[in-house]
Design a protein around this ligand. Structure first.
Ligand SMILES: [Zn+2]
Length: 89
């Protein structure tokens, strides 16, 4: 069953850096039910986007899903990104 996305909703994508194994979160907007764009800079503001040194772990999650995933993944997710995720109201 496809999940219905609200185009106005923020979309979150998780990218892992091969070298540090740290995961940073990027915010964007949904462009359709399954697709989204993402910002150039991680939500913690520290890391530039996505190079060949990054691996996409999850993409196009809504805020609730992103929080769940971040909790599941735990410490590997950048603390700055996680706190942004919880302060984005
Ligand atoms: Zn971060």
């Amino acid at each position: 069953m496809a999940i219905k996305r609200n185009i106005d909703e923020d979309a979150y994508s998780f990218y892992k850096y091969r070298e540090t194994e740290e995961i940073h979160i990027y915010k964007g907007k949904f462009t359709s039910d399954m697709e989204c764009n993402s910002s150039r800079i991680s939500i913690c503001g520290k890391v530039n986007k996505v190079t060949e040194d990054t691996v996409r772990v999850f993409s196009c999650l809504n805020e609730e899903e992103a929080r769940k995933k971040a909790a599941e993944i735990g410490r590997a997710v950048c603390g700055g990104c996680v706190s942004h995720l919880y302060s984005s109201y």
